[in-house]
Design a protein around this ligand. Structure first.
Ligand code: DGL
Length: 265
């Protein structure tokens, strides 16, 4: 049975969820963290719902096997496909996420927001219902961005190919007068400097990493699972991708040296 000292399990299709993991680490420094990057199967955003669900389940089961006391789906795409199933079947709390349409609709001054998401997220019922609930407070321009997650997986945050995609996908936002852009995949916060450079500083970019970390904190508190040892937490990272390729990218995005283990499920 997991207890307060057990780790939190975090998962994503690849390295994107590290943008959530860094917020969890900064808000909950005493928690032990486990992270699985499913880079071999990235992007999830181009896959069928059933397949994403299967991958999320396989990884969640692995994390439970590592004694995880809670599972964080650090993926908008993973949430749209698998949150409901995981919530109803896993024996621990599941924290999920959605694109920040609500805060963006509250923040916009022009009344127009842009939402950058994966194809699977854009086609999901969950996203449709999110737009129905909060989309009426603003004009919402949704743009799916195939190919962009792969640039982050390759660690290419500023290159010409990445810039070209960012320019293409943000053009409808700029032309439509959006002053707020939702970074609706956990991979996109790593492109924040490039996106800001392309759309200009007057446009606000919103992601949900910090909000997810606050939610993790709340859930652990109410479940009496908060680690209150006062000692610094550890972290371990696995990837299903090729280690030689993945390790340097993870290192680059995580910012400090970290050993990455192979995940072969
Ligand atoms: N990083 C994930 C998300 O938040 C998945 C992206 C993908 O693999 O397509 O949507």
């Amino acid at each position: 049975m997991p207890n307060r000292d057990s780790p939190i399990g975090v998962l994503d299709s690849g390295v994107g969820g590290l943008s959530v993991l860094r917020e969890i680490r900064s808000q909950l420094p005493h928690e032990h963290l486990l992270y699985v990057a499913d880079s071999k199967h990235a992007p999830w955003g181009d896959k069928a719902v059933e397949e994403i669900r299967r991958r999320a389940r396989t990884i969640a089961d692995f994390l439970l096997g590592q004694d995880a006391k809670a599972i964080v789906i650090a993926s908008n795409t993973g949430t749209a496909a698998a949150a409901e199933t995981l919530r109803t079947t896993l024996p621990v709390p599941v924290i999920a996420m959605e694109p920040a349409v609500k805060p963006a609709a509250a923040a916009t001054k022009t009344g127009v927001i842009g939402v950058l998401v994966t194809v699977a997220t854009s086609e999901s019922d969950r996203f449709r219902s999110l737009l129905e609930r909060f989309g009426s407070h603003a004009t919402v321009i949704t743009q799916a961005a195939p190919g962009l997650v792969e640039r982050v997986e390759a660690g290419d945050l500023f290159g010409a190919r990445t810039r070209e995609l960012v320019e293409r996908y943000t053009r409808p936002f700029v032309e439509g007068g959006a002053d707020t852009i939702v970074l609706g995949s956990t991979h996109y916060p790593f492109l924040r400097p490039l996106i800001a450079d392309v759309v200009g500083d007057h446009v606000t970019l919103i992601d949900t990493g910090a909000a997810v970390a606050r939610q993790v904190q709340r859930v652990l508190q109410t479940s009496n699972l908060r680690n209150d040892s006062g000692r610094p937490g550890s972290f371990r990272i696995w990837t299903s991708g090729d280690l030689a390729t993945s390790q340097p990218v993870i290192q680059k995005l995580w910012g400090i040296s970290v050993e990455v283990s192979p995940f072969s499920n």
